[in-house]
Write a protein of this length. Sequence first.
Length: 286
Amino acid sequence: MVREVSPPAKQALRVLFQAAYWQVIFIQRVAPMAQFTHDGFDLAYDELGPREWGRPVILIHGFSSNRNENWRRLGWYGAFERAQMRVAALDMRGHGESAKPHDANVYTSDALVGDIFALMDAIGADTADLVGYSMGARLALAATLKNPTRVKKLVVGGIGATLFDALPAENPIAAAMEADNPDTISEPILRSFRAFADEQGEDRLALAAFARGGRHEFARDALGTIAVPTLVVAGARDELAGSADVLAHTIPGARAITLPGCDHFSAISHGLFKASVIDFLNGVLE
């Protein structure tokens, strides 16, 4: 006996079908993983959207994350696709599907910034907008300071007032990655980074080398020379970042957004974060 499907069930099936349809369309629009070689290392990236969509947005992930976890899984690819914005997301060396050397000397700030500009060269982009989170935000700042003519707009998330704190003489994040037993890590934030790296299946020794080689301090006076439109975003409960407003005040004309109720790990997926970034890049952020 054939049973008639109720109207609510029909509507639920229609919604599920539409969601599956648009997911397939979205996956088809993301080019397969690509690679380029810079400084002797193979680096992986995704590219989304045709060149007709204009100047690309370069996405730079956080420490111990990768392009898939930081941007694709958390809905950023889909948000940019719906806004018809061309995107390229890089796995930084030491992360994701990119090369993972264990030598701290290859992770200098200049080398990492060079990888970002090399990605732009690989996709044929003379200029781009940079969007970085946490470690990626620090690298986006460093790239803007190094070659401001290639950066049109800058978004830095997951960083704030603590950017100006002196770096500790020791390197606790590297030590956390090198620890044989994560139960010996006493600091909760360090345990969180270690657990996240383990969950992602990242190479801990490559991450430790990255942490040792990529240390970079920023001077307030240097940030005062940034002339590109800048947006600073941080969670209200993000003790690792500190105040977004304090950082924004050091960059001429910068805007600040504070995400209510968010800490360092929950801010990246917040809808207000995505909406603010897209509005800012479109020039309509109020």
